[in-house]
Design a protein around this ligand. Structure first.
Ligand SMILES: [Zn+2]
Length: 169
């Protein structure tokens, strides 16, 4: 799934030194590792979006029919139909933002935060992103603790690192 996102990852200082392309990839991989959650969030957002759209349109249909009945001068305005369309467009855009983009961004933020937590040194919590990986091991520059990335369920890509030597098969 492609995420055409605002640069949510820029809210995380640990990712500051990486390029947009690298961060994009980092986010994609973190999301891909959570297929079940992704499905749930997608269904949730679609449901929210449907409720928001149906609710919004129903509200406007009701509102406009009331106005048509009780506010005759409005109906006589040349620009009234255009104003109706504009009003609907503005409110529906706001609803899409509230029902889809806001929850999605919030979720992606939590996915990034989780992935950042899982890519820290196990002993001192130092960020291991971007470090060299040798024979599948990454060494913390702060405390010297070495850990196998495979044992932690990670790949070199997850750590935004280049694998220096092929990992043992
Ligand atoms: Zn460490």
């Amino acid at each position: 799934m492609r995420l055409p996102v605002s640069k949510i990852y820029r809210a995380f200082p640990e990712l500051d030194r990486f390029s947009d392309a690298e961060c994009d990839r980092f986010v994609q991989l973190a999301v891909k590792d959570r297929p079940f959650q992704t499905a749930l969030v997608t269904i949730g957002i679609l449901a929210l979006l449907t409720i928001a759209m149906v609710g919004g349109l129903t509200f406007f249909l009701g509102l406009f029919s009331v106005l048509d009945t009780y506010a005759k001068p409005l109906r006589q305005l040349d620009m009234w139909p255009a104003a109706q369309i504009l009003l609907i467009a503005v409110v529906l855009t706001a609803l899409v933002y509230l029902a889809a983009f806001l929850p999605r961004d919030k979720w992606i933020r939590s996915v990034i935060a989780n992935r950042l937590r899982s890519t820290r040194c196990l002993s001192c919590n130092y960020s291991l992103l971007g470090l060299d990986i040798r024979q599948g091991m990454v060494e913390c520059p702060e405390c010297g603790c070495r850990s196998s990335i495979a044992d932690r369920g990670l790949t070199a890509e997850d750590l935004l690192a280049t694998d220096q030597a092929p990992t043992a098969p």
